[in-house]
Design a binder for this molecule. Structure first.
Ligand code: G6P
Ligand code: MG
Length: 215
């Protein structure tokens, strides 16, 4: 029986990819190279430092560890300037309704995100109270596709991994869910998320009853 739903944040609950994109693009431009929307796809679900490594690889630029830390901090300050302006109307269609449906049906909820800004984002969106547990980039050490973030979520909710369903928009996130022994609903394109048990374009396209059938 399904007991819990675990949600990725960026790309599932809210579209922050556009803000990450602007901030990374600005950093690339300061270093003298172009960063495109296609490049941005490679950063979805990838931690901040790993994203910076990909960005530097795209630009063919080498930086010291200290320089990298400064660059990542600068990118995050720019990103935060957008995040701090976010309003609840930026919640993706169906997300709040789905979370409400979970609550009504006694299904536990957790956030499972790589972002160190997850708490700030949830607060801006007024969604914090919808989650029984929040696991994010501040309390995980291994990035997706490692299952750590979701296993910690199941542990915090006190439910077996086999009773959890994960909602993910990134390929690495789908892999993390599967290797955690959980079911996975892909949010996005079936061609990219082919390892998921089912794929929909958004949380507005799925009902809790469809999830319960996954078991
Ligand atoms: C999510 C996003 C990534 C982002 C990562 C870290 O996984 O999909 O694009 O790089 O979180 O976010 P942070 O807010 O900690 O920089
Ligand atoms: Mg995501």
């Amino acid at each position: 029986m399904i007991k819990a739903c675990l949600f990725d944040l960026d790309g599932v609950i809210v579209d922050t990819a556009k803000y990450h994109y602007i901030a990374w693009k600005e950093l690339a431009s300061e270093m003298g190279f172009e960063f495109t929307l296609e490049h941005n796809e490679r950063l979805k679900g990838v931690s901040r430092m790993a994203s910076l490594d990909i960005l530097l690889e795209i630009g063919g630029v080498t930086k010291s560890t200290q320089e990298k830390e400064e660059l990542a901090d600068r990118k995050n300050e720019h990103y935060l300037s957008f995040i701090l302006q976010m309003k609840p109307d930026e919640i993706l269609p169906g997300a709040k309704e789905f979370l409400t449906e979970c609550k009504k049906n006694g299904i536990a909820t957790a956030l499972g995100s790589a972002s160190k800004n997850a708490m700030t984002i949830l607060e801006r969106l007024e969604l914090t109270k919808y989650f029984d547990a929040i696991i994010d980039g501040t309390n995980t050490t291994k990035a997706k596709p490692d299952p750590e973030v979701f296993l910690k979520g199941a542990e915090a909710l006190n439910v077996p991994a086999s009773t959890c369903v994960v909602f993910e928009d990134a390929e690495a996130g789908v892999e993390a869910a599967i290797s955690a022994g959980m079911k996975c609903v892909g949010i996005g394109s079936p061609s990219i998320l082919s390892k998921a048990n089912m794929v929909v374009s958004g949380l507005d396209k799925i009902k809790l009853q469809d999830i319960i059938k996954l078991q």
